[in-house]
Design a protein around this ligand. Structure first.
Ligand code: ATP
Ligand code: MG
Ligand code: FE
Length: 343
């Protein structure tokens, strides 16, 4: 079974094609992505209208490239991201999926973007076992409990304010480092001392929700620190600020993930989302997993950011698990909860 996946929830237009193997794995046949990140950089963040227009321009050529790369004229099914994401951006992918489904007379599966971030890891590391998944990107910060990919995924916690990647972007902006902020902060942090400044670890008090996150207080603390330097006429120690900020984010994310591993009794942690490219999030997750005897699974960076392959892979798992095709009247759902795998 060949499944095509279409992704347009944020600023990447992705079309992927995978072949489902009956042993619970998938083989990648095509992975085409067009990103509007350079265009978004002019505005210092993702502008929904800019993203929607870019999707509209990119969807047909990306679709053509994917079919050519895979040598597939007509897949057996189409999976498309129905949510969560930006309303106008989602609409482009879903409209395209419906058009191709009608033209080719194949079933449509309207799937959840977040499940895709977890499922994509099976391409490189084999069938998924029960796990905790930590998803961190510009738009999401989620701690999930996954029993089987074809069954409803449980949300353990999420951010109450900014997403982790968004915090990197906002801190980079206040340090005057441009957009996207994650890669620059990661690079500068290498020359800084992660313990130079004790930035707060949000929502880690005894009365706080154990699996929720908050990064806006951390961002404010960085802003206050920078202001205090400026008031005192001191130069801002940018590398130390970057390293200490990054350490605070990585510490909270991995600490809560390990606690979730402990309380759910699973033995695997899966990372996903563009911010897991961060070197400290990766190394701290690895250290803490090693210490606890837990297996860490991290897809390669290209598959961590948004793409169509993750949607094709998740769709394939849901189809193999017996999911019914979606109705062609299905509409986009910007706030779709992770428990709904296919709508
Ligand atoms: P979504 O939230 O829908 O998954 P997105 O476009 O917001 O999509 P991605 O494209 O997956 O997110 O990732 C981009 C985010 O990841 C940006 O916020 C960026 O700053 C952050 N990021 C990328 N590389 C790094 C890094 N090395 N360290 C920290 N953050 C990073
Ligand atoms: Mg993106
Ligand atoms: Fe995503």
């Amino acid at each position: 079974m060949k499944v095509m996946g279409i992704e347009s929830s944020c600023d990447e237009t992705g079309v992927g094609i995978v072949e489902w193997n009956d042993d619970g794995t998938t083989t990648l046949l095509a992975d085409e992505v067009a990103s509007s990140v350079d265009e978004q950089a002019r505005y210092g963040g993702v502008v929904p209208e800019v993203a929607s227009r870019a999707h509209l321009e990119a969807i047909v050529p990306t679709m053509r490239r994917a079919r050519e790369a895979a040598g597939v004229d007509r897949p057996d099914a189409i999976a498309v991201t129905i949510g969560p994401g930006l309303a106008g951006a989602l609409l482009v992918g879903v409209a395209a999926a419906k058009a191709y489904v009608a033209a080719w007379d194949v079933p449509l599966y309207a799937v959840n973007h977040l499940g895709g971030h977890v499922a994509v890891d099976t391409l490189e590391h084999g069938p998924m076992t029960p796990c905790v998944a930590l998803l961190v990107s510009g738009g999401h910060t989620h701690l999930l409990h996954v029993d089987e990919l074809s069954k409803p995924i449980r949300e353990l916690g999420t951010t109450v304010d900014d997403a982790a990647g968004e915090a990197f972007d906002k801190v980079a902006r206040l340090l005057g480092l441009g957009y996207p902020g994650g890669p620059v902060i990661d690079r500068l942090a290498r020359d800084g001392d992660p313990h130079a400044i004790e930035f707060p670890r949000g929502m880690t008090g005894p009365r706080d929700a154990p699996y929720d996150f908050s990064f806006s207080g951390l961002k404010t603390a960085v802003a206050r620190y920078v202001e205090s330097c400026e008031r005192a006429g001191r130069q801002v120690p940018v590398a130390d600020v970057a390293a200490s900020f990054q350490e605070a984010v990585a510490d909270v994310l991995t600490r809560k993930a390990m606690r979730a591993i402990d309380e759910t009794g699973v033995d695997t942690l899966v990372l996903g989302g563009g911010a897991t490219a961060n070197s400290r999030i990766r190394s701290l997750a690895q250290e803490r997993c090693d210490a606890a005897g837990v297996t860490l699974r991290v897809p390669k960076p290209r598959l961590c950011t948004d793409n169509g392959v993750m949607i094709a892979t998740y769709g394939a798992h849901l189809i193999a698990g017996g999911a019914q095709p979606s109705d062609l009247t299905v509409s986009t759902d910007p706030g779709l909860p992770v428990t709904v795998g296919v709508k």
